[in-house]
Write a protein that binds this ligand. Structure first.
Ligand SMILES: C[S@@+](CC[C@H](N)C(=O)[O-])C[C@H]1O[C@@H](n2cnc3c(N)ncnc32)[C@H](O)[C@@H]1O
Length: 207
């Protein structure tokens, strides 16, 4: 989670400004049916079979929230960017979903507990991910799970590389989760709409 000079955090990135064009990336907007199907199929395999309460942290424009809702789950999304939250609310209008503006590291969900903490491309940008994971663990019901999609990207905000390596993430999860499963995603072109060479993965970890 460093660009070689200093750690990159969410503070380095202006997500409100990025919101309007965020969905232009194939894996963000999921507009290409093949890309959308690839994510829908992965997500179905990561989420519980029964209808569940999913907390999508750093939900962005709500693309994964929408897939989860389409698969029968109830979604709470949290993002610090009001522009992202506006887009997510519009994308999931009429669905069983609520979106809150707030800090993913300390989501404003009160006493509510969830079956799944779903996070894609967010944990890497939060300061002190170990502390954040411990807090998220407390938001899960017994038997709940983390679904974390992260990576180490070639270019983020002009700095290279940035992200969280899989070994670091699984090490942080080890004291918090019983079963930790890693899926490497770099070779699955359909997820990204193009070939990628950097490190991309998902971790499904049962609390
Ligand atoms: C790369 S985008 C990923 C969006 C979404 N998870 C997806 O996969 O399409 C990162 C998102 O995290 C949000 N974010 C970054 N830091 C945050 C924080 N501390 N609390 C809440 N949201 C945050 C940004 O506003 C942005 O929407």
């Amino acid at each position: 989670m460093t660009n070689g000079e200093h750690a990159i955090t969410a503070a380095d990135l202006d997500w409100d400004s990025a919101a309007a064009t965020f969905d232009d990336e194939p894996d963000h907007g999921l507009r290409d049916p093949e890309v959308r199907q690839a994510w829908a199929s992965r997500l179905r395999s990561w989420l519980p079979e029964r209808a569940s309460d999913v907390l999508d942290l750093g939900c962005g424009t709500g693309s994964l929230s929408l897939l989860a809702a389409e698969q029968g789950h109830r979604v709470t999304g949290v993002d610090r960017s009001p522009a992202m939250v506006d887009l997510a609310r519009a994308k999931l209008a009429g669905r069983d979903a609520v979106f809150l503006v707030g800090d993913a590291a300390m989501p404003p969900v009160g006493e509510e507990r969830f079956d799944v903490v779903l996070v894609r491309h967010v944990l890497w940008a939060l300061p002190d991910p170990g502390r954040v994971l411990r807090h998220w663990r407390g938001l899960l019901r017994p038997g709940g799970r983390f679904v974390l999609v992260e990576g180490v990207w070639d270019t983020v905000a002009g700095a290279v590389p940035a992200g969280i390596p899989v070994d670091r993430l699984t090490g942080l999860l080890a004291p918090l989760a019983g079963q930790v499963r890693v899926e490497h995603l770099s070779d699955d072109e359909a997820l990204w709409g193009r070939p990628v060479a950097d490190e991309r993965y998902a971790v499904v970890a049962t609390a």
